[in-house]
Ligand binder design. Structure first.
Ligand SMILES: COc1cc(O)cc(Nc2ccc(C(=O)Nc3ccccc3)c(OCCC[NH3+])c2)c1
Length: 336
């Protein structure tokens, strides 16, 4: 197991739970609290010109505080690496959840999909687009609440969410027609298309557009034609059709989506993207921390509020808060 000096005494690295282009994600333990975290490790050399993307993602994640967006606890930068200490989603990938159940019922699909819509509506309200929405980037926490991950491709266009983007990114299977045609596109519109693919996967258990050959896959996406299995309700077929519109201008908007009859069926209210930032002052957590580091609780809180919210103190506070919210003891071991 490779040891990193920057993590010594703070985190114990365990197995690898994900690996992508220039990053790998390892399970780890925050030693002082015993809490599990995920640590995304990026090697600066193999990052190359993608280095600015890391800063963009970290900047975005500092702003994006939402119950269905995976939480960034701490960022550690050394000469050779970036380490992102991230919320551990012990429920694993939504994708595996769908596969093991073959497909989800309309009620269960609606529960998950409302959470995705809430997170994406919140993202868009702050001028961000995810641009890589796919089942592998939708995880579940221990209570089977949904968490969006991997904002490495997220964009915040300079002149707001309604200004055009050009970079082609994301995975072709979930990519909107305008994106694979290399046209200028709106991040918000491509996210709606990808959510349409996600909803289809939830309700059907397979993908609307799939083919081993990339040309056939593109042809299918550009045709906008997909199977409508017999078990789909009329309302769900209407919603999927509204999201998988080839012409982005005809595609349903995120606001219309929050109020769509299929989304609100069985619920009292439309999807709201009001988010909770769990960064309230908690005296039990602060006194636990002050018992260990000897600083006054008020000083710890003052430094926390003033900090850039991604240092070790922030990570320890948030992990202790999470333990308290789960009714666990606030034991903390000094990293002796
Ligand atoms: C903001 O959240 C982010 C940003 C980012 O750039 C990367 C990630 N990546 C993560 C985070 C957590 C997990 C995880 O907890 N996975 C897991 C846990 C238990 C069982 C199975 C998986 C993660 O998993 C990697 C595989 C996901 N496709 C990636 C989060």
């Amino acid at each position: 197991m490779v040891r990193y000096a920057a993590l010594k005494g703070l985190y114990d690295l365990e197995k690898t739970i994900g690996s992508g282009g220039f990053a790998k994600v390892k399970l780890a333990t925050h030693i002082a609290t015993g809490e599990k975290v995920a640590i995304k490790i990026m090697d600066k050399i193999s990052l190359g010109d993608d280095l600015p993307r890391v800063k963009l993602e970290v900047q975005a994640l500092k702003t994006l505080l939402h119950q269905h967006i995976c939480r960034l606890y701490q960022v550690i930068e050394t000469d050779g690496h970036y380490f992102m200490v991230i919320e551990y989603c012990s429920g694993g990938e939504l994708f595996d959840h769908i596969v093991e159940k073959n497909r989800l019922s309309e009620t269960e699909s609606r529960k998950f999909f409302r959470q995705i819509v809430s997170a994406v509506a919140y993202l868009h309200s702050l001028g961000y687009a995810h641009r890589d929405l796919k089942p592998e980037n939708v995880l579940l926490d221990r209570e089977e609440n949904l968490k969006l991950i991997d904002f490495g491709l997220c964009a915040k266009p300079k002149n707001g969410i309604d200004s055009h983007l050009q970079t082609s990114c994301g995975s072709p299977t979930y990519a909107a027609p305008e994106l694979i045609l290399g046209k200028k596109y709106l991040g918000s519109e491509v996210d709606i298309w990808s959510m349409g693919v996600l909803l289809y996967a939830l309700l059907c258990g397979f993908l609307p557009f799939d083919d081993n050959s990339i040309e056939n896959l593109y042809r299918k996406i550009l045709s906008g034609k997909y199977a409508e299995p017999s078990w789909l309700s009329t309302s769900s077929k209407r919603l999927i059709r509204a999201m998988l519109q080839i012409d982005p201008k005809k595609r349903i908007t995120i606001q219309e989506l929050c109020n769509h009859p299929w989304i609100t069926a069985g619920f009292l209210n439309p999807v709201s993207f009001v988010h909770k930032t769990n960064f309230e002052k908690d005296d039990d957590v602060l006194s636990t921390m002050s018992a260990i580091c000897g600083e006054h609780a008020s000083d710890i809180w003052r430094k926390l509020v003033k900090s850039d919210r991604t240092d070790y103190r922030t990570a320890t506070y948030l992990l202790l808060l999470d333990r308290k919210l789960r009714g666990l003891s606030l034991r903390i071991s000094s990293s002796a």
